[in-house]
Ligand binder design. Structure first.
Ligand code: BV8
Length: 257
């Protein structure tokens, strides 16, 4: 199947608008590019200052936390501050509006910044967790934020839920399995959808990157929103060449027309 690249100067193809207007079941997968215009760097870009000399692919692992829990905790605290200074962009808001218009709409995200919920999206499937939540490293029970605020001075912070536990971010590290219920719901939504929207992801991290393929293998159409080609571009019927905050409001406007 041929991929048509649509630039920001082009009008949306009529066939795309027609397909979007008729779709009753839409699944969306977002990646770090979704939050780029909110000022949240992907963790590859985020490596500046003190963190420049560290490899994020090495830091975001259980082994790194085991080896140096304070270093990993400090890295996440630094990223949390970046996230807490960010706000949803026009792309996040457009997806929240799309959800209100399409009954069979499922939003799946690789992002850990919570910006989709902040924009008003509901029942977001956070495949990789949420950086603003903390859990016990042994029991995985959530840590009460008020409790955490009172104990943040310790380093590393012993968990209140287990004598050998430590407080860690509620994210999925590399070589950790995703939450099976969340992943299953994402798989079902992709397998059942008529249209798969893939926004701001390089398609390099698995199993997230394989989810859109479940849609394509069942003859759903894929629309990609990305200013650059990704590992998934060749499976897209259309690649909207540009940013999430540019294209997603245009898709919502096309629905209104
Ligand atoms: C798993 C949370 C089973 C943490 C993240 C060898 C050994 C073991 C495992 C593996 C292995 N090889 C492969 C694997 C699997 C591994 C993996 O995929 N590795 C990759 C590096 C090859 N996956 C795992 O380990 C997963 N678990 O497989 O469990 C298992 C169990 C035991 C042993 C083995 C296997 C867990 C993966 C989850 C990792 N956690 N995040 C944290 O954030 O600290 S991943 C993290 O990076 C993000 O969540 C996100 O998923 C990923 C970044 O990817 P993208 O979102 O795509 O972002 P990226 O920067 O790459 O691209 C941005 C895109 O946006 C670009 O295309 C750009 O053009 C575009 N863009 C830019 N601006 C805009 C834009 N688009 C639109 N608008 C714009 N304005």
């Amino acid at each position: 199947m041929r991929t048509s690249c649509v630039t920001a100067d082009d009008a949306l193809p009529l066939a795309l608008v027609d397909y979007l207007q008729k779709a009753e079941r839409i699944a969306v997968l977002t990646g770090a590019g979704m939050s780029a215009e909110s000022g949240v760097p992907t963790f590859r870009e985020a490596q500046t200052g003190l963190w420049e000399r560290y490899d994020p692919l090495e830091l975001a692992t259980p082994e790194a936390f085991e080896r140096d829990p304070q270093l990993v905790w400090d890295w996440y605290q630094w990223r949390r501050e970046l996230v807490e200074r960010s706000v949803p962009n026009a792309g996040h808001l457009a997806l929240a509006e799309l959800q209100k218009r399409i009954p069979g709409f499922t939003l799946i995200t690789q992002n850990v910044d919570g910006l989709h919920e902040l924009a008003g999206s509901e029942e977001v499937l956070e495949l990789h967790g949420n950086i603003c939540r903390s859990i016990c490293s042994r029991t995985r029970q959530r840590i009460n934020p008020e409790w955490l605020a009172r104990h943040c001075g310790q380093s590393p912070i012993p968990s209140p839920h287990h004598p050998q536990g430590l407080v860690r971010p509620d994210v999925v590290w590399f070589r950790e399995s995703l939450d099976s219920y969340t992943l299953q719901r994402a798989i079902e939504a992709a397998a059942d959808c008529q249209l798969m929207l893939v926004i701001g992801t390089s398609g390099l991290v698995h199993p997230a990157a394989s989810i859109p393929m479940l849609a394509v293998e069942r003859n759903a159409l894929m629309i990609e929103v990305n200013p650059a080609a990704s590992e998934l571009s060749r499976h897209a019927r259309w690649r909207l060449d540009g940013s999430a905050a540019t294209w997603l409001p245009r898709l919502v406007a096309a629905l209104r027309s």
